[in-house]
Write a new protein. Structure first.
Length: 114
């Protein structure tokens, strides 16, 4: 007869699943990871990001930037100018995510068809 998992193991699994659910609810949205990766090299404005991320519409990019800022992964800075400019940059929390995104990228190169 198989041994049943302990209640501690079950509760750890449930917590882990809940954490993954929270992470992929945000990061699983199309373009979120690409936006974060595009900010890896430093702050960028909306137009720079739009040009760097081929295929994303302005409205979706705007939505993703807002969601990522609300989640604390990026900051939005307005320079009153003139002209007024807006730039986006990774926060410490966003920077902490970069090693995981690097690993996902390596995994995709090795295991997913081009």
């Amino acid at each position: 007869m198989p041994k049943l998992p302990s209640s501690t193991a079950v509760s750890e699994c449930v917590r882990g699943d809940a954490a993954l659910t929270r992470a992929f609810t945000l990061l699983g949205k199309r373009w979120s990871g690409i936006v974060l990766g595009s900010l890896r090299s430093g702050p960028a404005g909306f137009r720079e990001l739009s040009r760097a991320i081929a295929g994303v519409s302005d409205s979706v990019l705007s939505d993703r930037l807002s969601e990522l800022a609300e989640a604390g992964l990026i900051t939005r800075t307005v320079d009153e100018g003139p002209p007024v400019t807006v730039s986006y940059a990774l926060t410490m929390s966003g920077l902490a995510l970069m090693p995981a995104l690097d690993q996902i990228s390596r995994w995709a190169q090795e295991h997913l068809p081009a």
